[in-house]
Design a protein around this ligand. Structure first.
Ligand SMILES: Cc1ncc(C[n+]2csc(CCOP(=O)(O)OP(=O)(O)O)c2C)c(N)n1
Length: 578
């Protein structure tokens, strides 16, 4: 291992790492992180990880002390989604470890690479209900790509090497490494392996040539082809290949929520995004197409509406995915292609020919024109207009994180994502409390970009304590609260499907968000009218530190269009606007 590979960007030189040197498990862990070129580690200390925190003291690693472990893991996740590099988080045993669970499940559902380090009690105490003991490998088994319990300081470097390898290869995901306290203290010679070889773990990255040929033939026979591009396009860095493939074959592209930005949202072949709150053209295109090419997507029930038999009923389905378990999981697949999305598109590109799709594209364009996302002005501050203002004032160049709820849908309806990794949102798990800490991680990775964190008044209050970090480290996130004084998305469902019996959604008794921001040392602004919105937003953008901007909107605003649960995609409720 060369000395240079142990350098961390922007940091003073790390002392040479000498193979075979006898050091503690905790010191070995730190060296592994430096060798993996980890830039930031988000975490929270405690008894079981004190040896690690002692090693961190004075080290070259940048540790971010969040105010809650959940803040730490979502921040690491936001860093990973913004950069494509693994996010790293550390927590102590017991409650520290269990506070990570929601964040681990969030990363797992969206295939985000993460290395999660937890401490545990000493091995002689395991299983005795010792103070702050929790079986975190048992708890996280179903929500990690893989997890490790480290038994000796000697095996720690190999385990760390494997953890980074598993997290970042194949279908990415979170890997947990649980290290008991005695391992952190024990001394052992440090050897960091150069390579990893894991029996039974060998992701298929190259697609089968015959299946690629079948795809090319299916395109030549199709008249109404559609591509549905998912998060796998972004994970494999295949946006250029997808653009070339779509242009060459003249196939319109629908992006899933996780795929937004994987294909430019303003491109003439871009249709929009499908599903429960997606646009009419995308949903019609999926229902009427005769060839559906799924690329790095998973036919989630927010798109199929769980009515998998009635989904794309006339289409031959092609499914390209690195994870063979995804193929045929939700929909019957005509042509399965197991492989890395980028390599699969590269294999198809030389043979790709234009499809007979001219009339089909005209039909989709007509749908887009007739049924765009639309809203009516009614004299009140409109959340849709606020999001449009974000898009216009940033030229679509910002990284936008969201929380979960109505505001999340408005962001994806009214902000056009043209670049990958510019939308950061919990798609699969739908985790409230995600948006603010994720923005912190993204902004640390990209200090010079505009990062906007859009939150509801409910979700914001789930991790608002992380304002302390924005303030303390002067991380210039523009934190937005779309305040409808309620759990808006839940209210919408109760209004539409529970005869307006509004049960436990009232958030009137929330803090004064401007004062709360100020209490943390963050600038706070509020807007209740269009005019104020323009003014305070200009002020927020001009401010070079963190800022909280509250936009007070009508509490009865709903998200449309909508496909009700249990309906099919062509049964859309268009709302007042259409
Ligand atoms: C941790 C968590 N708890 C509960 C939910 C269920 N849920 C989904 S949306 C929503 C309401 C969100 O309200 P708010 O944050 O104010 O955003 P809005 O919908 O008003 O934009 C709730 C409670 C969730 N997604 N995550």
């Amino acid at each position: 291992m060369s000395r240079d590979s142990a350098l961390v960007a922007g940091k003073p030189e790390v002392p040479p790492i000498v193979q075979g040197e006898v050091i503690s498990g905790a010191d070995a862990l730190l060296r592994c992180l430096l060798l993996e070129e980890v830039e930031f580690i988000f975490g929270y200390p405690g008894g079981a990880v004190l040896p690690i925190y002692d090693s961190i003291y004075g080290s070259h690693l940048q540790h971010v002390l969040t105010r809650h472990e959940q803040g730490a893991i979502h921040a690491a996740d936001g860093y990973a989604r913004a950069t494509g590099k693994p996010g790293v988080v550390i927590a102590t045993s017991g409650p520290g470890a269990t506070n990570l669970v929601t964040g681990i499940a969030t990363a797992q559902m969206d295939s985000i690479p993460m290395v999660v380090i937890t401490g545990n009690v000493s091995q002689d105490m395991i299983g005795t209900d010792a103070f702050q003991e929790a079986d975190i490998t048992g708890i996280t088994l179903p929500i990690t790509k893989h997890n490790f319990f480290v038994r000796s300081a000697e095996e720690l470097p190999r385990v760390m090497k494997e953890a980074f390898y598993i997290a970042t290869t194949g279908r990415p995901g979170p890997v947990l490494v649980d290290i008991p306290k005695d391992v952190n203290i024990a001394l052992s010679p440090f050897y960091y392996p150069e390579t990893v070889s894991l029996r039974g773990y060998n992701p298929t990255v190259r697609p089968n040539k015959m299946q690629v040929e079948r795809l090319i033939k299916a395109i030549s026979e199709a008249e109404k082809p559609v591509i549905i591009a998912g998060g796998g396009v972004i994970a494999s860095g295949a946006e250029k290949e997808l653009l070339e493939f779509a242009e060459k074959t003249q196939i319109p592209v629908v992006c899933t929520f996780m795929g937004l930005g994987g294909f430019p949202g303003t491109h003439p072949l871009a249709v929009g995004w499908p599903g429960m709150h997606g646009n009419y053209a995308s949903n019609q295109a999926l229902m009427q197409c005769d060839l559906l090419i799924g690329i790095g997507n998973r036919f989630d029930d927010r798109i199929t509406m769980g009515r998998t038999k009635e989904f794309a009923p006339n289409a031959k389905i092609v499914h390209i995915d690195i994870d063979p378990a995804e193929i045929g999981k939700n929909v019957d697949t005509f042509i399965p292609i197991v492989g890395d999305v980028k390599l699969s598109l590269e294999a198809a590109l030389p043979k790709a020919q234009p499809a007979k799709s001219k009339e089909w594209i005209e039909q989709i364009d007509a749908w887009q024109e007739e049924y765009p996302f639309a809203y009516q002005q009614n004299g009140k501050l409109k959340p849709q207009a606020v999001i449009e203002m974000f898009y216009e004032t940033t030229n679509g160049d910002a990284i936008v994180t969201t929380d979960v709820g109505q505001h999340q849908m408005w962001v994806t309806q009214y902000y056009k994502f043209n670049q990958p990794r510019s939308l950061i949102s919990s798609g699969g798990l739908g985790t409230m409390g995600f948006g603010l800490p994720a923005a912190m991680g993204a902004q640390l990775a990209f200090p010079d970009r505009t990062v906007i964190s859009v939150n509801g008044d409910g979700g914001f209050q789930m991790n608002s304590q992380e304002l302390a970090i924005l303030s303390g480290m002067n991380i210039p996130v523009k934190v937005v609260i779309i305040n409808n004084k309620s759990l808006g998305m839940v209210r919408q469902w109760q209004e539409l499907f529970y005869e307006n019996r509004l049960s436990e959604i009232d958030l009137t008794h929330s803090p004064d968000f401007v004062k709360l921001a100020e209490a943390y040392g963050v600038k706070g602004l509020r807007a209740e009218t269009d005019e104020e919105a323009q003014q305070v937003w200009a002020e927020a953008l001009a401010h070079d530190g963190p800022v909280v901007v509250e936009f007070v909107i009508d509490k009865n605003e709903n998200v449309y269009p909508m496909v009700a649960s249990g309906s099919t995609l062509d049964e859309m409720v268009m709302g007042d606007e259409k």
